[in-house]
Ligand binder design. Structure first.
Ligand SMILES: Nc1nc2c(ncn2[C@@H]2O[C@H](COP(=O)(O)OP(=O)(O)OP(=O)(O)O)[C@@H](O)[C@H]2O)c(=O)[nH]1
Ligand SMILES: [Zn+2]
Length: 260
């Protein structure tokens, strides 16, 4: 099975001979609570193919899910406590003392939960009995993702569109697919292409487009401190590469949204 429908024999970033011998490059051996299940093995297979790491795949190690979520929370808590210690913060303070665990839970169970293919939403598909053969656009989907260079938020909107090749997807699943790929450390370009590739695969069509307009807090709240700029990325595929179809999509995206 493949994570993003891609596969190649390119070695995974950071993978070493150790991994082939079952020694984790993260330096942690399997925890005694670790229990391998068929599901977990399947996930490892999925990740395994994904090392294929076409550049669109999130760079992951093959042992990414050898540690279960509870152990990951425990380990990140320890490390984050150390970061706070190094910064000189007083961890006996009652407001700060719970922060290492809060951050650890947030990383594993909330903002980076989309690293785990087990959390990928199951798409609900219908036959296109309505014979709706025009484009469908789901616009203004909330994007809340995290810059993989600085680990601070990227916030914006995604517009996704497709033309049915016979399958119709439940509308909310479009939002959920966007959300799933957002819950990872990301660069906006990869996020855009990952969403487009997933929709192409699910909907069995090349006729898919994704546009994202987002503000990077690493650009606005630090570094260059530009609070006004935003970044637009787009992936036009199949018929959306044709100028007339692209222009139709852009018209829908730029016209004011209905208010209720
Ligand atoms: N292409 C791309 N770049 C991004 C994205 N998010 C953040 N970056 C950029 O990644 C770059 C990292 O550059 P570095 O020079 O290593 O980091 P830095 O010293 O913190 O850079 P400054 O932000 O300029 O202070 C920065 O220019 C960021 O603006 C993204 O989604 N796509
Ligand atoms: Zn950044």
């Amino acid at each position: 099975m493949k994570l993003n429908g891609t596969s190649s024999s390119t070695p995974l970033n950071g993978a070493s001979a150790n991994q082939q011998e079952g020694v984790h490059t993260n330096g942690y051996s399997r925890h005694e609570n670790y229990s391998a299940t068929a599901d977990q093995d399947e996930l490892v297979d999925e990740i395994g193919d994904a090392h294929g790491a076409s550049s669109v795949d999130t760079p992951m190690r093959p042992d990414a899910f050898d540690l279960d979520d509870e152990l990951k929370v425990d380990l990140i808590e320890e490390h984050f406590r150390e970061i706070m210690n190094i910064l000189g913060l007083d961890l006996t303070d009652d407001s700060l003392k719970g922060s290492p665990r809060r951050v650890a839970k947030m990383y594993v169970k909330e903002i980076f939960r989309g690293l785990n293919p087990a959390n990928k939403p199951a798409p609900t598909l219908f036959d296109n009995k309505f014979r709706y053969n025009e484009m469908l656009v789901e616009k203004d989907i909330t994007v809340q993702t995290y810059c993989e260079h600085h680990f601070v938020p990227i916030i914006g909107k995604a517009h996704v569109a497709y033309i049915s090749s016979g399958k119709v997807i439940g509308l909310s699943k479009l939002n959920r697919i966007v959300e799933y790929f957002c819950k990872r450390p990301q660069v906006q370009e990869r996020l855009t292409v990952q969403i487009a590739d997933e929709l192409k695969k699910i909907l069995e069509t090349e006729d898919v487009a994704v546009i994202i307009d987002a503000k990077h807090l690493c650009v606005s709240t630090r570094g260059v401190h530009d609070v006004n700029s935003s970044t637009v990325t787009a992936s036009y595929n199949g018929k959306f590469s044709e100028e007339a179809t692209k222009q139709e999509l852009l018209r829908y995206v730029t016209q004011p949204s209905v208010t209720i």
